[in-house]
Design a protein around this ligand. Sequence first.
Ligand code: HEC
Length: 157
Amino acid sequence: MKGKGLLLAGLAFLIIGIVGLALFGSGIVPLVSAANTPAERGAWIFRTGADPNGQPIPYSSGMMMRASCAGCHGVDGHGLRTPMFVSPNVTYRNLTDPAGMLELGSTRGPTYTDDQIRRAVTQGIDAEGESLTWPMPRWQLTDGEWNDLLAYLKTLP
Ligand code: HEC
């Protein structure tokens, strides 16, 4: 019985794969972004974890599967509670709040500067110089990609 289940699962994945390819091929699901402004390009990076040409942005640490900021911090960037981890609100508004960023629960943390946000995203070091825990990947962003991402974080309410 177990073998049959596996076979069915395999078939299901195959069908999902074929349908997926058909969708991408037909352009219904875009693989490449049509974004023009920095914030639009940043939104693409935030939601897909890829650059606007569809190339996945490399990262170290974090989870092994492909991930995007939105996948772990929510599409609105307000943070998520999952069985695996809890992630903070990473909107620019929250991170740079003069009263200190609102952390999980309701405690206040540090106030981030732009450079410190960049360091958190690319090196996994928080505003107080502490290492962020493992789920947060260290993203190898180019200067341009970082500027786009920052522009987008600033648009999040
Ligand atoms: C696999 C899940 C995951 C992905 C993908 C991810 N993050 Fe995180 N991120 C986390 C978790 C969990 C934390 C909290 C780590 C901690 O508190 O030690 C975090 C922390 C942060 C922090 C520091 C906030 C603080 O509490 O000081 C920033 C900024 C951040 N993430 C931005 C991003 C951005 C931007 C992206 C996309 C480029 C991203 N993250 C992708 C899980 C993720």
